[in-house]
Design a protein around this ligand. Sequence first.
Ligand SMILES: [Zn+2]
Ligand SMILES: [Zn+2]
Length: 350
Amino acid sequence: MSIDLKCHDGRFSPAIRFILFGLLSSGLLQMSCGGGMCSEPLVQGDMAITESMLSTVWTNPANSQITLVVTDGPYRISDASIELLKTVLTEQAGLSVNVVDGVETGFSTEQLVSSEVALKGYDIAQDYPRPTMVVLLVDQMEEGTYAASNYCNQGNAGLWDPDPALSVIVMQRRIILQNPFADQVEGMILVHETGHFLEVPARDNHTTLTEPYGRHCTYGHCAMYDGGVNSCSVMNNLGGIPTRYCDACAEELNAMKQIREQGSIGGNTNGNTNSNSGENCTELLNEVSTAAAALNADLSNVDLICTYNHSMEQAFNSGCFSENDILSAGYQSVQEFQNTLTAVDTLYGC
Ligand SMILES: [Zn+2]
Ligand SMILES: [Zn+2]
């Protein structure tokens, strides 16, 4: 469930950009990148939409609007980026966006510690209904990526993000500004990180897996393309960069929309409970978030580890996590997740 576009893929000098344009018009490079597919999918051939890992969040009829919390923390993303996201989500995912603007974080321009930045995002999110995305734009953090989102215990900042209806996106301004397409890159990253939140690509026949960055799309003209901004994506986008989802990803977003509109909760084919359903789950998942926030503030506190683990067990036993939630959090199986909960209890004597 996490992150980002590697910065080293994105640096083209203006001269190289010009050369790419020239080659493109000659058609030479298009041939080598035929059909827009630039990397190997996990499985070849067609794969039915019913075999995909469609998110349970976005098939829920209650979730047809996303709250986008735009922070001044310490920078604000541009109006153009916000407009791009609204357009893409409306047209390709049937989702509306409610923008909450100008939320102060109190961070200075020197703020570099990713755990603090991400945790602030989770704090801010507590004030808003799900599904919510909180976007922060900082100078630069430790990671050499354009952005990071959906922080989880497998990756950045030691944070655990158990709520599949919440995404905290942290963008790194200095890395964005190094890109020759800087004016478009910020919007692309917002669309890209939102794609992770929506859990596209969902089907393995256009998904590639780059550890530790997770699932990405094999099509160079997709905002979810694995390489971010590199020669393949530039070639496939006529010298620009991808700012929308490809047809394959859009089809999956549309499938989620169809299920949402039919009013059936769930949507994935494996019969899991919907993590977003029911008052009880909302309450239990809030307890998990609260316990996670407390634990993140003091990671060596055994009482907080046990409180957190118990809240996870309760939510799990009440069916508040779907299999997809668990797998996308980095566990190989539901069993492995359950074993981890038990192991933590044993290890810390909870
Ligand atoms: Zn990504
Ligand atoms: Zn795609």
